[in-house]
Design a protein around this ligand. Structure first.
Ligand SMILES: Cc1cc2nc3c(=O)[nH]c(=O)nc-3n(C[C@H](O)[C@H](O)[C@H](O)COP(=O)(O)O)c2cc1C
Length: 166
């Protein structure tokens, strides 16, 4: 595996908010779910589960719960990333966030697009998806074929974010 290619994948991943109507193949969905499954987690508890939503009615309802995610309604597939507080009381948010990011990277590697949805009415979302009281709706990830790839978003230079203690 070429490290430069991995860095390129990370650099080229963009938040994609506009999707075409082309459906996502089951092969691609399985690759995305495998990427999530192989994520690391605190004490390897794997407190997560993933709900693959293709139902238009549910997708539209989820979109309404996302303050900055009206575009979710246009995605052919949404993956809800769910984490169980009881299984990993300390790390359930960390673990599931990392799994969600693995999804984001694999989506990008497949030439597809997604966008992390942070602002979300999680209580209503949990009710809609039938989550148990121990489960937390970490994020919903709309997935689709990008209509266009946005320009690169800037990053702070290393000099500003790194210090060394030799
Ligand atoms: C924790 C988190 C929450 C986010 N919430 C939203 C959101 O609610 N709506 C949205 O459109 N983008 C959201 N984003 C996407 C960011 O705006 C985006 O990652 C950032 O601007 C950098 O752009 P890039 O992903 O294209 O590199 C979120 C990203 C993260 C990591």
């Amino acid at each position: 595996m070429n490290p430069n290619e991995i860095l390129e994948l990370m650099k080229n991943r963009r938040s994609i908010r506009e999707y075409t109507d082309t459906p996502i193949s089951n092969e691609d969905i399985n690759m995305i779910l495998e990427a999530a499954r192989w994520c690391q987690s605190g004490s390897n508890k794997q407190p997560w589960r993933f709900i693959v939503i293709k139902n238009k009615n549910i997708i539209e309802k989820l979109a309404k719960l996302a303050k900055y995610g009206h575009f979710v309604k246009r995605a052919p597939v949404v993956i809800a990333v769910v984490s169980n507080k009881k299984v990993s009381p300390k790390w359930y948010i960390h673990d599931s966030s990392m799994a969600a990011h693995q999804i984001c990277l694999m989506v990008s590697a497949l030439g597809l697009g997604t966008c992390w949805i942070g602002s979300l009415d999680r209580d209503k979302g949990a009710e809609l998806l039938g989550l148990s009281k121990d489960e937390f709706l970490t994020t919903i990830l709309p997935i689709g074929h990008p209509q266009k790839i946005p320009k690169p978003t800037p990053r702070k230079p290393l000099e500003k974010i790194v210090s060394y203690l030799d």
